[in-house]
Design a protein around this ligand. Structure first.
Ligand code: G4P
Length: 533
């Protein structure tokens, strides 16, 4: 029986993983893909040597494992559901990129290292989820190592994130003594045992046994601890409340060890049971506020990421479009709100190990739209071009650098390359009003390094990034054109434009911004800009 587009949309689960570096996101991703049947380990070289962080942790998986996991999104089916796992870059310097990816996710999995609890990056990413009310499932990883007391860990989540925790499982010890976890709802036991090398290649769910049998199998001291802990948890912590979870106030908790393939299947089952399908999206239709539901007929979506040169043999550029409604069919024509028409004749779907051409896609899915630079991050696409989703904001950069080519003849070439990376959303590009200096803005210094590397590798350009004479950039808003013009005129040496031509104030420091604000009360100097589409 074929499903209606609304049914298809309803079975999508689009999620991202958030964590502090080293908590095990890459290992968990790999194991989720294994458990979901999207990749196989057999025959792979486990060449885990160099572990440098690049733009995508998935690139790391590719390199380490010698397998191809297409960047940005992986799709797999399980329990009649279609899971779309979005890649969130791990390093804190890429928080803006991560923010944009989270706008495309309907829920998130928060991975914690059981020995460390909440770490700074976890907190930062969690705040982004909270801003968008994204429901979170918690996976407490590395239980095969000595862990903090589980109650303490859950207390920490409660305290630091103001998030109620509801453990669905309770662990039996940790480290060397780790024996598995009790399913607090079913009252049975998921057994942890080291797998043989053969089993590790095709890891299935861990065996479940009754509590009675567990009592006969597990070390009695561990069992006593487990029963006491589970009892305490049941008394002290709330039962799982799907509504509180959906609103982002409560997180279900699963324990496990991604490296030992333990708890991953249970995590997937938890997502299957509770993670929401594609959420309604706030938008404007022909200027009026509307909510776009996943069951709405017209196809619509927004671009949350652009990636250029994914395939070094192909100078392609792929826009990642998160669909919000309708049944997308290959070959469809979609329009941006500025009436640019895009023929999507070769959309990319990210099934299994290779890119495949998609025939159909539904709300919740992400498709890659190859294009030659017509699409930008934040663009809305729809059949009529009349739907505009809530923008994806730009954030004011924390680092500004003047870019110049080593070879002065290559200035034009450099501008084109910088524009291209700015369109991808890797860095921002500002042009000074006087002298047309190219000013690159980044959230962290790693972005500048990555950019220099990409310039060399993809554009054959040697670039020098110099200290600029300004350190702060703010967008300038003003309803009164004349006042804005007057300010720009008077401050020619300290203003410029961004990629969209929007005016920007380039100041030496925050004090200067405050001073300019005081002197120009009708102007607004902002740290974020919602792109007008
Ligand atoms: P990240 O993407 O969040 O940065 O973390 P990643 O998966 O790369 O994991 C960081 C380290 O933690 C890796 O060790 C990984 O093997 C280890 N790890 C992940 N999950 C578990 C787990 O459940 N138990 C244990 N004991 N370790 C785990 P590494 O030494 O940095 O790399 P490798 O040489 O082992 O690959």
């Amino acid at each position: 029986m074929s499903l209606t587009p609304a049914d298809e949309a309803a079975r999508r689960r689009t999620f991202a993983i958030i964590s502090h570096p080293d908590a095990g996101k890459t290992t968990l991703t790999e194991n989720l893909l294994l458990a979901g049947g999207a990749i196989r380990l057999a025959g792979q070289v486990a060449a885990r040597g160099e572990r440098r962080r690049t733009q995508s942790d998935w690139m790391k998986i590719e390199r380490d494992r010698g397998i191809s996991v297409s960047a940005s999104v992986m799709t797999f089916e399980r329990d009649g559901l279609v899971f779309n796992l979005l890649d969130t870059p791990g390093h804190e310097d890429f928080s803006e990129d991560t923010y944009r990816t989270l706008t495309a996710a309907d829920s998130a999995v928060m991975v914690l290292d059981a020995a460390k609890g909440i770490e700074p990056q976890t907190l930062k990413l969690f705040e982004v989820c909270r801003m968008r009310d994204i429901p979170i499932t918690t996976f407490i990883n590395k239980m095969d190592r000595e862990a903090l007391d589980p109650l303490e860990l859950l207390d920490e989540i409660q305290d630091k994130l103001q998030l109620d925790t509801s453990p669905l499982y309770w662990p039996a010890a940790s480290g060397q003594r780790f024996a598995g976890m009790m399913d607090l709802r079913k009252n049975d036991f998921v057994q942890f045992r080291k797998r043989t090398a053969d089993e590790a290649l095709e890891p299935g769910p861990s065996p479940r046994i009754g509590m009675q049998e567990a009592r006969g199998t597990i070390d009695s001291e561990v069992m006593d601890e487990l029963e006491e802990g589970a009892e305490l948890a049941r008394e002290a912590l709330p039962d799982f409340d799907p509504e509180a979870y959906a609103e982002g106030h409560m997180t279900p908790v699963v324990f496990g060890s991604a490296l030992r393939h333990f708890g991953v299947s249970e995590l997937l089952s938890t997502l299957a049971e509770f993670a929401p399908g594609p959420r309604p999206q706030t938008a404007q239709k022909s200027g009026d506020p509307v909510t776009v539901e996943r069951s709405d007929k017209p196809v619509s979506g927004f671009v949350f990421k652009i990636q250029a040169n994914m395939d070094p043999n192909h100078r392609d550029r792929v826009a990642f479009l998160r669909l919000c409604s309708g049944e997308f069919k290959r070959g469809m024509r979609l329009k941006t709100t500025s009436n640019k028409q895009i023929n999507v004749h070769a959309p990319l779907m990210f099934l299994a190990q290779d890119r495949e051409i998609a025939e159909t896609a539904y709300a919740g899915d992400v498709i890659g739209v190859p294009n030659h630079g017509q699409l930008r991050v934040g663009d809305s696409l729809s059949e009529n071009g009349n739907i505009r989703f809530q923008g994806i904001p730009n954030f004011a950069p924390e680092i500004l650098r003047r870019a110049r080519p080593k070879d002065p003849m290559k200035s034009k070439h450099l501008r084109k390359a910088l524009e291209s990376l700015a369109e991808e959303g890797v860095t921002q590009l500002f042009t000074a009003a006087l002298g047309s200096d190219m000013i690159v803005g980044a959230v962290g210094s790693l972005q500048i390094d990555v950019m220099a590397e990409r310039m060399a590798a993809e554009y054959n350009l040697e670039v020098v990034f110099e200290q600029a004479s300004y350190n702060v950039a703010r967008w300038i808003n003003c309803d009164d054109e004349a006042k804005l013009e007057a300010f720009l005129d008077k401050n020619k040496s300290a203003v410029g434009t961004d990629l969209d031509g929007a005016p920007v104030y380039l100041a030496k420091n925050a004090w200067e911004v405050g001073y300019a604000q005081e002197k120009n009360p009708d102007l607004e100097f902002t740290t974020t800009k919602e792109r007008m589409l």
